[in-house]
Ligand binder design. Structure first.
Ligand SMILES: [Zn+2]
Length: 300
């Protein structure tokens, strides 16, 4: 009996040891597997991180490329807009030039022509459009005096402005046809003999044929033109007519005709201002310089 118990114990111990070892081996194996799984996960995590990093890098690259593309597109758009604007400017300039040519082509070159005894208007010339000067503006109130329609607003304003400062200006003569001028010339010749050749009305030609020229008088002096120089109206004209585009064609001591203080020709505001400022006579300025003012002759 005493030997039986230790043997049982031994067997139990052996069995226990075997079971323990088996459990240890099993647990060790499980642990090994867990470690392997952990390693695998860790590797995958590293890979995923790397993938993420490279994906992020690629994305950032794509964003940068897209931004560059956007900037380039914007720059192209700006360039395209600039191109369109430049083309529009070119078109506008062309249109303006065409407009200028058209305006110049439609503007009568005779309006600013200098005349002489050898070069004057054709006898068939007459103003393109003329209007009747209202009788209240004329000396004899006849309602038969005509003027180039574009010139009338300038003349009317000049006479109206003068009257506000009690300056009397009456139109004694305006447009005269070649025939009328010839008859007038014959009458002058009869009255003054060969001395009438020094009038601008020489050979029947006159600036009056243009329809841009007027002879002034006052109610007081009437047809006594020779005294016009002494009137306040003449003084006023010498100081103000240029503001309305009118000039004195034949001032004192000019080389062409006798002094005609009553005879005023419309040449446009810009040219009249230049002549007034530079104290020059229209007939002393080269025709080429004068012609530059033709296009804007009726500018206000
Ligand atoms: Zn005249």
């Amino acid at each position: 009996m005493e030997n039986k118990t230790p043997r049982k114990v031994n067997i139990f111990l052996i069995l226990f040891t075997i079971v323990f070892m088996c459990a240890t081996v099993y647990l060790g194996y499980q642990n090994y597997q867990l470690n392997q799984a952990k390693l695998l996960l860790e590797t995958e995590l590293v890979n995923t991180k790397q993938d993420f990093a490279s994906t992020t890098e690629k994305l950032m690259g794509d964003i940068a490329a897209f931004r560059d593309l956007l900037l380039a597109t914007q720059a192209e758009r700006v360039n395209a807009e600039q191109d369109v604007r430049k083309q529009q400017e070119v078109l506008d300039a062309m249109s303006n030039t065409l407009g200028s040519y058209e305006r110049l082509a439609n503007t009568d070159r005779e309006l600013l022509a200098k005349y002489s005894r050898v070069y004057f208007l054709n006898e068939n010339y007459s103003p393109k459009h003329s209007v009747t000067i209202p009788p209240s503006y004329t000396y004899n109130g006849d309602g038969e005096k005509m003027i180039l329609s574009e010139v009338w607003p300038f003349l009317q304003k000049m006479i109206d402005d003068a009257s506000t400062t009690n300056i009397d200006l009456k139109v004694a003569s305006a447009f005269r046809s070649f025939d009328t001028q010839s008859k007038l010339k014959s009458a002058y010749t009869v009255s003054y003999g060969s001395g009438s050749n020094r009038f601008s009305a020489d050979q029947g030609y006159s600036e009056h044929q243009l329809g841009t020229t007027v002879d002034f008088t006052t109610l007081k002096i009437g047809s006594n033109f020779s005294t016009f120089e002494k009137t306040a109206s003449y003084t006023w004209l010498t100081e103000n007519a240029y503001k309305y585009g009118f000039i004195l064609s034949y001032p004192k001591k000019n080389a062409y005709y006798i002094f005609e203080p009553w005879h005023w020709r419309f040449v446009g505001k810009a040219l009249a201002l230049k002549l007034h400022t530079e104290n020059k006579n229209f007939y002393d300025v080269p025709q080429r310089d004068i012609n530059e003012y033709l296009i804007n002759i009726f500018n206000q």
